[in-house]
Write a protein that binds this ligand. Structure first.
Ligand SMILES: Cc1cc2nc3c(=O)[nH]c(=O)nc-3n(C[C@H](O)[C@H](O)[C@H](O)COP(=O)(O)OP(=O)(O)OC[C@H]3O[C@@H](n4cnc5c(N)ncnc54)[C@H](O)[C@@H]3O)c2cc1C
Length: 484
């Protein structure tokens, strides 16, 4: 078991020698595996056992908070048969396993002390004659972008190139195009799912509709391994991208901005962020807006006019994919914890609470922000029980991002996490606690994660989980996933 210090990514060594990398080895479950058994596993793909060359780089998750976990091995499978063999092997040898595509789980759910089954080599993305996009189960956003750009097409996608398409789609999939075109998962027409018992099912609205329902919002690593997706793209139309910041009269700006965006057409997708600033620091919370509109710069100017003049602004009409280059975010590995909470139209009382909390940030050597993704639009056109993604009625997805580095001690990180949790509860109180949390922004500190992620859809998801995986072979760590 890992202790709390370890999960904070903070060790005594780190405190003494601030820039030293953190990784205290943790004993894994590999001791009882024979060499013959390891050779058998190697038939599934390229095998990297603990301590082998390249192992550390391959197993490292995007959230370094979980980088201290030492998997017994990682197997990179290049074909569905390899994934099937690896899952069968792990079950036969009683070794816990997780699936991995992009490794970007907020809660490190593609990290285990057992076996990582890595699908990264299964990353082909291509356009079929019927106009559907064929996306292999281990493809990343980057693979998707390249293929879509080549054909002048688009889907709803996120900003980070390293996020895996499977993780993204399984949790719903949000991005600036979601108000215009729906969630990423709303464009899925078909998926191939490898079950714990080795069967591969092709699921769609016609074939196994219950499982198809569950894969659109039920979350990653829960029902089986998705080996491939068929997704319906849309034409990539020119857009206006915008990036603006306000540093004066920030409470009023924030309020006017939320009102302006709530009245904006669904062709506009955006995210507001407010910087947190420790008390007494020279840095003051500023308000930032980032997003895209399928429309002209004049349309953006008109929508933002009531907000008042920005200290900085860039508004540009660009080709869709050039716009994505400008909006994309490298998202390098870091130590972090995120929270999320779905809300309706923002009550005015929330404004004061947000800024008060931002100004109480204890501070780390990383960053902290309050953020609000504007949701709604086409997402609402689908009923909340039509797919497993339940949060259809919301107007905003709120949350806080908190990052730290090895320079911050245990106490400091814990104080920050407590600040973040109090912030989460305060926003939930101000906007309605029933809002729930986003199943792609996994939050291991939630009291009842499954209820927060799946709400009223949880009983149906649990029944499907119990039918497909009665022994719980696919159980994401840290209380994530769906109880069977
Ligand atoms: C920097 C950053 C930016 C992000 N931006 C966005 C965004 O814009 N929009 C958004 O919606 N989300 C975003 N996310 C969240 C992201 O969508 C989820 O964390 C997603 O689960 C990551 O998928 P992954 O394959 O990269 O991660 P992994 O850690 O590899 O996998 C995540 C989970 O899915 C499981 N899984 C992976 N592959 C498969 C598969 N083929 N079949 C079944 N289960 C599988 C894993 O076991 C794990 O439980 C972002 C995350 C980060 C860190």
């Amino acid at each position: 078991m890992l202790d709390r210090r370890h999960f904070l990514g903070v060790t005594a060594l780190a405190l003494a020698a601030p820039r030293v990398a953190l990784a205290r080895p943790v004993a894994g479950p590999a001791q009882s595996i024979s060499e013959a058994a390891w050779r058998d596993l190697a038939r599934a793909g390229s095998l990297h056992r603990e301590g082998s060359a390249g192992y550390a780089d391959l197993v490292r998750p995007q959230n370094l908070r979980y980088a201290g976990i030492r998997p017994a091995a990682l197997i990179r499978c290049a074909a569905p048969e390899g994934v099937r063999h690896a899952i069968g092997w792990a079950r036969q040898n009683r070794m816990p396993f997780v699936l991995r595509s992009g490794g970007h789980s907020y809660a490190g759910t593609s990290m285990t002390e057992g076996l990582i089954i890595d699908l990264r080599a299964m990353n082909a993305v291509g356009l079929r004659p019927d106009g559907l996009l064929e996306v292999a189960g281990g493809a990343l956003n980057a693979d998707l972008y390249t293929a879509l750009r080549r054909h002048d097409l688009a889907v709803t996608h996120g900003r980070c190139l390293g996020v895996g398409a499977s993780g993204f789609l399984l949790g719903g999939g949000i991005g600036f195009a979601m108000r215009d075109h729906g969630l990423g998962c709303d464009a899925v027409e078909e998926a191939d799912l490898l079950l714990a018992d080795g069967r591969i099912l092709t699921v769609s609205a016609r074939n196994e509709p219950d499982i198809f329902w569950a894969l659109r919002g039920g979350g990653g690593g829960v029902f089986g391994a998705v080996l491939g997706w068929r997704v319906k793209p849309v034409p990539a139309e020119d857009i206006t991208i915008f990036r603006c910041s306000w540093d004066r009269n920030v409470e009023e700006v924030f309020w006017r901005l939320t009102q302006a965006l709530e009245a904006a057409p669904a062709r506009m997708g955006s995210k507001i962020t407010v910087d947190a600033a420790p008390p007494g620091s020279a840095h003051r919370p500023a308000v930032h807006l980032l997003g895209q509109l399928r429309g002209t710069p004049e349309d953006v100017e008109a929508i933002l006019a009531p907000v008042g003049p920005a200290a900085q602004r860039r508004i540009a009409h660009v080709g869709y994919w050039d716009g994505q280059d400008a909006l994309s975010d490298a998202g390098p590995p870091a130590y972090y914890q995120e929270t999320s909470h779905y809300a309706g139209r923002l009550p005015h009382a929330c404004v004061e609470e947000v800024f008060r909390r931002c100004r109480l940030w204890p501070g780390t050597s990383g960053e902290a922000v309050f953020k609000m993704f504007h949701v709604g639009g086409r997402i609402r056109e689908v009923a909340s029980d039509a797919t497993a993604f339940v949060h259809r009625d919301a107007e905003w997805l709120t949350g806080t991002e908190l990052a730290w580095t090895v320079r911050d001690g245990v106490r400091r990180v814990e104080d920050n996490l407590a600040w973040q949790r109090a912030f989460h509860h305060a926003v939930a109180d101000a906007t309605g606690r029933q809002g729930g949390s986003y199943q792609n922004f996994l939050d291991p500190a939630l009291e009842d994660p499954a209820r927060a992620y799946y709400g009223a859809n949880l009983p149906r998801l649990a029944a499907i989980k119990a039918r497909l995986d009665p022994e719980g072979a696919f159980t994401p760590p840290r209380r994530q996933g769906i109880p069977g």
